[in-house]
Design a protein. Structure first.
Length: 595
């Protein structure tokens, strides 16, 4: 099926002008980046300009905040074969830039970009010597100072993925740096010759206009020839932190959109929505780095997203045959105050008046909790709020009022009404006090019967992406040959001493304080396996059989001994009987002889 092998090419439109980056022949070898419309323009068809896959097109409105009315920039992100080293087959990530009002040259580079420059784009992670490849880019423009705007890009280096961020001013600085030049030996080296004025690749600004260069057609041919033969810059663009904002193993990041949110406490948060077959919501801050706080399965079978677009309250996404959208401010899955605050989702806060986790947009500071304090949790079991009301009147009227108040409060979730009644003949009064009770969820203990030396999986699936740990009888369970700790649960190969309570809990450190919350508990009881019973029975049988054999041997020996003794006795008697006749005969002979 063709749709499975044809990748969409990047395009972007602005002010009725379309920009595209695609192949222009059937083999896909000739790549061009072009602008369509009233003043069409394109890249030079040279391998030194473009020789790889083009990823993303982004606009930067430089003119809004420029002191010298510099032209707006158009950025192209791509991957291509390395040209700096001879005979290299290594693929690199690059960023290229052109000027929005570029009209091409008058004689040289007619209807070709006169401002096309490119540089290597670094995102260092993974094995040294391997280059990560850019997959998608999102430009978050700073409305106060455009040079502080940031490009957020996803990279892959199997089996890892990462997100790197680049400041617009850093990219501009690279494009004002040294050029590379192509040598006769077939490699690119640093250009050390004369650089002409205006600076090659510059966008039109007031300084150039003052010198008579009002459009790109006014640029001298010598400058245009230099641009044509030297599109590559020497230095690489590096991320703002020197390293990725987020690195994830066994995941393949593709599309990314970014939002900047100001929470009720006045802090600004960067939220990244990243596709990896699942939609991952990532919050990044200087103190905590990148944290994945939510993963959403968009389709029944995980598959790459072709399109990802962020609006004010939702994100739209599509793949080959479907288009859908979902809310990025869905806080309903946080069912308790602790879950809501520990997740630190900048879109969400705990509404203590309504007793639920809700979007902070449009909410008042007085009704929302958005963070945990360093010393204690705001999610106490009972939080006293509201009023003390003293009502005086007759006993009958007060009883009617009490029943009405109790019925009214009963219809409001998480609210308890405490009353104290003073009754007297002259004047009775009631003190009403409203108490807000945060719902607490008690974790049920699951009884489970295990067999000695038989491995068993104890699942643990928290609702959040927080790390988990296990406790056994109150102590932290360390990994070992009998305890294999996995992200989805615990593989337990128990011995007879492993009976007890096993607790899986999430762990989050907020402002130096560790917060733990039980997810599931197992009360493990041991059973002796049938194999164990047979083994014991075999030992007993062996012992009994051995005893029987010994007894039989003893009996045989005793019988043999007794028989031997009887045989010796009978032999002696027989000999004696033979001797007596001889004596008698002798006597007889003697007698006869005497006679």
């Amino acid at each position: 099926m063709i749709s499975n092998i044809v990748k969409p090419f990047p395009l972007r439109s602005t002010e009725n002008t379309l920009y595209t980056a695609a192949s222009i022949n059937f083999l896909g070898l000739a790549k061009i980046f072009q602008r369509h419309g009233e003043n069409p323009i394109r890249t030079e068809e040279k391998q030194s300009w473009l020789n790889g896959e083009m990823i993303s097109i982004n606009f930067a409105e430089i003119s809004k905040h420029s002191n010298n009315n510099e032209d707006d920039n158009v950025f192209l992100f791509l991957t291509e074969l390395e040209t700096e080293a001879q005979r290299s087959r290594l693929r690199l990530s690059r960023v290229a830039r052109v000027c929005k009002s570029d009209l091409g040259g008058l004689r040289t580079l007619q209807r070709k970009w006169t401002s096309f420059l490119k540089a290597r784009l670094d995102c260092p992670f993974g094995d040294e010597g391997s280059e990560s490849l850019v997959q998608d880019v999102f430009f978050l423009q700073d409305e106060n100072n455009v040079t502080d705007s940031i490009f957020y890009a996803t990279f892959t280096l199997i089996p890892q993925s990462a997100v790197c961020a680049y400041k617009l001013s850093d990219i501009q600085q690279v494009f004002r740096g040294n050029f590379m030049t192509f040598t006769d030996s077939g490699s690119w080296v640093r250009y050390t010759g004369t650089v002409f004025s205006p600076y090659p690749g510059s966008c039109i600004n007031d300084e150039m206009r003052a010198k008579g260069v009002r459009t790109s057609k006014d640029l001298p041919d010598v400058t245009l020839l230099f641009v044509r033969n030297h599109p590559l810059m020497e230095k690489a663009v590096t991320p703002i932190t020197g390293r990725p904002l987020l690195v994830r193993s066994t995941a393949q990041f593709s599309r990314i959109v970014v939002d900047k949110v100001t929470s009720l406490d006045g802090q600004q948060h960067i939220i990244m929505l990243i596709d990896s077959g699942w939609l991952q919501k990532v919050v990044w801050s200087d103190n905590d780095g990148g944290r994945i706080i939510e993963e959403l399965q968009l389709f029944q079978d995980p598959q790459p997203i072709r399109f990802l677009q962020l609006s004010s309250r939702s994100v739209g996404y599509s793949y080959i045959t479907a288009v859908a959208q979902l809310s990025v401010r869905d806080c309903s899955r946080y069912t308790s105050c602790d879950d809501c605050l520990i997740a630190r989702d900048p879109y969400c806060g705990w509404d203590h008046l309504r007793g639920l986790c809700a979007a902070v947009a449009g909410a008042s500071n007085s009704s929302m909790y958005v963070a945990l304090t360093k010393t204690c949790s705001l999610c106490a079991t009972f939080i006293i709020r509201g009023f003390h009301l003293f009502v005086a009147g007759s006993r009958t009227s007060l009883m009617v009022m009490l029943k009405f108040a109790q019925a009214l409060i009963a219809s409001i979730p998480h609210i308890k009404l405490l009353t104290h009644i003073y009754l007297s003949e002259e004047s009775s009064r009631i003190i009403f006090m409203a108490v807000l009770a945060s719902p607490t969820v008690s974790k049920q203990i699951t009884d489970i019967h295990l067999t000695v030396d038989v491995a068993q999986f104890l699942p643990c699936s928290p609702d959040t992406n927080l790390p988990v740990s296990w406790r056994f009888s109150g102590n932290i369970l360390e990994p070992g040959p009998r305890h294999i700790l996995l992200s989805q649960g615990l593989v337990l190969t128990p011995s007879s001493t492993d009976e007890g309570l096993y607790t899986c809990e999430t762990v989050e450190v907020v402002k130096g304080r560790e917060h733990r919350k039980a997810v599931i508990q197992y009360n493990v009881k041991m059973e002796v396996s049938e194999g164990g019973v047979n083994w014991i029975q075999a030992i007993v049988t062996y012992i009994l059989a051995s005893v029987c054999v010994v007894c039989v041997v003893i009996i045989i020996y005793v019988c043999w001994k007794q028989k031997t003794q009887n045989h010796v006795g009978s032999t002696s008697v027989s000999d004696a009987s033979h001797e007596k006749p001889k004596i008698k005969a002798g006597s007889c002979n003697q007698e006869n002889h005497t006679n």
